[in-house]
Design a protein around this ligand. Structure first.
Ligand code: ZN
Length: 782
């Protein structure tokens, strides 16, 4: 039920909702706040499958879709093998596209029954080129598992990966399952094998195929000092090696590769002559002493190797950094320069490893480093970030507290979000000095679901972190799945509420960080640094602890600021929406909603709500909302509660709006009086958003007053007179039901007239209600 009704508040449908609100100004009946039909949404199910059915359970993520792909053998060139693919859904999802993709080394010998063949072009370096695709679209039932069997043939030697995808899209998110079969098709006469066998020793280098380079993302913090690992400096040097190193990302875009270690090695004995790290342009210019190393008999031979390692982070395969070795330059002349030009890996399947290294570099550049070059500015000896990756890794994506290392699947670097998420876990562990918070009920975990406050904090933080580094509020998985973290609020379909939901923590932190304000409560943005300051100066075990630490740090926790951003993400840490004077707010169905305001003048003030479906209004005297002053619960029309500050001391008030079930949108407005109603005619301007205005009157015993209000043809006014006396405190707060006189039945375009004779001297408030319409009311007192 929650899921079925909630879609109307999705930001994607807000424009439709706003159009529906125009109905307020169009009729005299209850203003219909029409809601659009909910968009198709996945049912709120467990979604506890593994993205890849063959992935070990070390992967941290759960999925609504799971794909498993198996091949019965690794075929020799020209031979066939049987491919079996399963697709399983854990929820009712939109129609699911199923795609089985063969790289250039393979073709279909027999297409699985029911699938349609086609071709596509892949741009990822590890499988760039034409794909043979077999696909279909199916509507899966929750729990349903489909199996497809076909036969493939090896037609070309080389490293190959078969990919099986299942994707289902809905507004703001895409579900995906994915599995990959890695194999190496051998040259004729040799044996094909599963996996992608490591290059024997170092990989080679080859010229970068293009001079085009994508620049570093803007705004990264300058890289100084560089993370040299350990640089060999020779006091005397005479000979130079220069060049540039690059990598290609999953879109085939080329980047300069920064902070890789580049070594000049004596080929005769393997001794390193000099080393440096590549700079922001991917360039290196290394001087070494050729004279000292030269064997005068034989001449000096050197080669250059590039490693995915420096003092602060490394990407390693089986414990060794990826290494790329040049050809050997023989008989190097002292004083000469060897220019290798721009180069990259000669093994395209290793580009993802270079990409993962570059995302660690991007993360390091992004972070403030006022004290030293470490990720953790409190370290005296930097902890090196270690990322395990291989071109055929199926380890799952996770951070290991056992060895303080990140583990990535082969395709994880194609999702920078995933790489930086796992780096985020490593940084939390580093900065918390291994006091990593407890994270119960977290394995696997799911962004939208309640887990525990510890899991929600550690994972939500690590979802906010890449969103901020990459300036992208979507979480994006290597499977192709994605989820909009930001445009979610109360009632967003499929989302649980509160600070035990990781996606809510992530969204709250995104809203505090960004200046893109949305929804009814996010009116705030302060950037990255304050959140980072609190994170690096305390060990917080939950988001509520983090909030207490943020409070102690003196950063914004106000209801007009960050507290509202939390509330937008359904984390309610005592949020009371501040009501400004004559500043109506439009809000979705109350859960309930709490407000706060101050009385500022010694006149009547009124808080009022207007809705299409019955909402009720309560007024409390205290912030804790324990002392209730009044309740207005009329079943149709405007609810209001008036306070006479002529007698009641100025102070703070705390309204609450309630409704049963999904009551739809409503408006609320505070009118703080500042004038008496003059004899004669005066004007009161009210827009379509306006609900209420108030004027004071003082009458003597027996005094008769007649008040007439007329407006535009679209306006429908109502008048209420409330009274108080100085000696009876209970009369100082009045509801609509307690009005001593009213006029509200004439309808749209008609005048209302109220006549009242005071039985005793008193202080009165005239509450002017605008049920609908825009224009200027003439209020005549006689
Ligand atoms: Zn995680």
């Amino acid at each position: 039920m929650f899921a079925a009704t909630a879609a109307r508040w999705r930001r994607t449908t807000l424009s439709v909702t706003t159009a529906g609100l125009m109905a307020i100004g169009l009729g005299s009946t209850a203003p219909a706040l029409a809601a659009p039909a909910p968009a198709a949404q996945s049912s709120a199910r467990a979604c506890s499958l593994s993205t890849s059915a063959n992935q070990p359970n070390t992967d941290e993520w759960a999925s609504c879709l799971s794909v498993g792909a198996t091949l019965d053998l690794a075929p020799a060139l020209g031979a066939t093998a049987n491919l079996t693919v399963t697709v399983q859904a854990d929820a009712v999802l939109p129609p699911t596209e199923i795609r089985l993709e063969l790289p250039a080394q393979l073709e279909w010998a027999r297409v699985p029954a029911g699938l349609t063949v086609g071709r596509a072009t892949a741009v990822e370096p590890e499988r760039a080129g034409e794909l043979a695709v077999a696909s279909t679209t199916r509507q899966l039932r929750a729990g349903e598992k489909l199996t497809f069997t076909g036969q493939i043939r090896a037609i070309k030697a080389g490293r190959a990966q078969i990919e099986a995808h299942a994707t289902a899209s809905e507004p703001g998110r895409r579900h995906a399952g994915k599995d990959v079969v890695f194999l190496t098709i051998a040259e004729p006469g040799r044996t094909s094998a599963f996996g992608q066998t490591a290059t024997n020793g170092a990989a080679g280098s080859t010229a970068t195929p293009t001079s085009a380079r994508s620049g570093l993302p803007a705004g990264l913090r300058p890289a100084s000092p560089e993370p040299a690992d350990p640089v060999v400096t020779t006091a005397a040097c005479d000979t130079w090696v220069t060049g540039n190193w690059t990598y290609a990302d999953q879109t085939g875009t080329w980047h300069n590769a920064m902070n890789l270690t580049v070594e000049v090695v004596n080929a005769a004995d393997g001794q390193r002559l000099a080393a440096a790290v590549s700079n922001a342009n991917g360039a290196y210019n290394i001087c070494f002493d050729a004279l000292a190393a030269t064997d005068p008999e034989n001449g000096l031979d050197v080669f250059v190797r590039v490693l995915t390692s420096n003092a602060l982070w490394r990407v390693q395969r089986s414990g060794t950094p990826l290494t790329f070795q040049s050809e050997t330059f023989t008989d190097v002349a002292p004083g000469s320069t060897i220019d290798l030009g721009s180069r990259t890996s000669d093994d395209a399947t290793l580009q993802r490893g270079l990409h993962a290294f570059a995302r660690a570099n991007q993360t390091w550049l992004f972070l403030p480093r006022p004290t030293n070059s470490c990720f953790d500015q409190n370290d005296t000896t930097c902890r090196r970030l270690t990322i395990n990756w291989a071109p055929d890794s199926t380890s799952g994506n996770y951070y290991s507290l056992a060895n303080n290392e990140v583990h990535l699947n082969a395709d994880a670097p194609n999702s920078p979000t995933t790489v930086i998420h796992e780096i985020g876990h490593a940084l939390m562990d580093d900065i918390y000095n291994d006091a990593y918070p407890a994270f119960p009920n977290c394995s696997p975990h799911y962004v939208q679901r309640t887990s525990s406050t510890g899991c929600a904090w550690t994972e939500g933080w690590a979802e906010w972190f890449p969103a901020t580094v990459l300036n992208d509020p979507f979480y994006r998985w290597p499977s192709g799945a994605f989820l909009d973290l930001e445009n979610t609020t109360w009632g967003t379909s499929g989302w649980d509420n509160g600070d035990a939901v990781e996606g809510r923590v992530a969204a709250a932190m995104i809203d505090i960080t960004d200046s893109t304000n949305e929804g009814s409560w996010d009116r705030y943005g302060e950037g990255f640094d304050n959140l980072w300051h609190t994170f690096t100066h305390h060990v917080s075990n939950t988001f509520s602890e983090f909030w207490a630490h943020r409070t102690a740090d003196g950063f914004d926790v106000s209801p007009t600021g960050a507290l509202g951003a939390l509330y937008q993400s359904t984390i309610d840490y005592g949020f009371q929406n501040p009501l400004g004077n004559y500043a109506p707010k439009l809000l979705p169905s109350p859960t309930p909603h709490n407000f706060g305001y101050q009385t500022t003048t010694n006149y009547w003030s009124v808080v009022a709500i207007r809705a299409g479906v019955n909402h009720d209004l309560e007024l409390y005297d205290d912030r804790a909302q324990a002392t209730r002053l009044a309740t207005s619960a009329v079943t149709s029309g405007v609810d209001f509660i008036a306070v006479d500050s002529k007698w009641r001391a100025l102070g703070d008030y705390h309204p609450r709006v309630k409704a049963s079930g999904d009551a739809g949108w409503y408006r609320i407005e505070l009118a703080q009086g500042s004038a008496s109603l003059p004899v004669g005619t005066s004007n009161v301007i009210m827009t379509g958003d306006s609900i209420v205005a108030v004027r004071d009157l003082t009458l003597t015993a027996g005094q008769k007053v007649t008040i007439k209000i007329t407006g535009s043809t679209t306006q429908n006014p109502e008048l209420y007179l409330v009274s108080s006396n100085q000696t009876t405190a209970s009369t100082w707060v009045r509801t609509r039901a307690q009005a001593v006189a009213s006029a509200n039945s004439a309808g749209t375009g008609a005048a209302e007239t109220l006549t009242y004779t005071a039985s005793a001297a008193g202080h009165f408030g005239l509450v002017i209600v605008n049920w609908s319409g825009t224009g200027t009311y003439q209020v005549t007192r006689s």
